[in-house]
Design a protein around this ligand. Structure first.
Ligand code: MG
Length: 175
């Protein structure tokens, strides 16, 4: 049997690989985190933001949501879904909403601050989110855009709830 730790490693590496294949680097997500949190966490940098993002990417409930969403995007891009779902995904049907629901579920793992932050960046299409939303590329990112926003928002929640650890890391960087 595969241990929980081995599963975690497998899921984490799978997610990192998938994000990269879909054009998303952790530094792109960190950029959103810094944009959202710069007024609340003094001196917040890419390193500490990526640390928080990795905390999220090692949480099982977050991993499950991310893997499921990206898988659906990839299958849709290959045209492998059955008729109504294929159409919904290809047209990014505005009333579908399961992509947003999944993102809200992920964000809410880190408290209400993450849910409101997700809604905010989703509306703004900040940074990489704008690129992921660009329909002219032929890519299908129905889930990915929301999940990336939610990962960034969740990382903000982690930063907010772990103030002392964050301060310590930032002071070490400054030394
Ligand atoms: Mg979407």
């Amino acid at each position: 049997m595969v241990s929980y730790e081995e599963q975690d490693k497998q899921y984490y590496e799978h997610i990192i690989r998938n994000l990269k294949d879909r054009g998303v680097e952790l530094k792109d997500i960190a950029e959103i985190v810094i944009f959202l949190e710069k007024d609340y966490v003094e001196g917040l940098n890419e390193k500490v933001s990526i640390y928080a993002i990795n905390k999220v990417l090692h949480k099982r409930e977050a991993q499950n949501a991310i893997m499921t969403g990206i898988e659906l995007d990839v299958l849709a891009e290959k045209g492998l879904l059955s008729a109504p779902m294929q159409r919904i995904m290809q047209t990014d049907e505005s009333t579908y909403g399961i992509d947003e629901n999944m993102a809200i579920t992920l964000a809410s793992l880190y408290g209400s601050v993450s849910v409101t932050n997700y809604g905010y960046v989703d509306k703004l299409k900040h940074g990489i989110l704008g690129k992921l939303n660009d329909k002219s590329t032929g890519k299908i990112n129905v889930f990915l855009d929301d999940l990336v926003g939610a990962i960034a928002a969740a990382a903000c929640g982690w930063l907010a709830h772990n103030e002392r650890e964050v301060e310590k890391m930032l002071s070490e960087v400054a030394e």
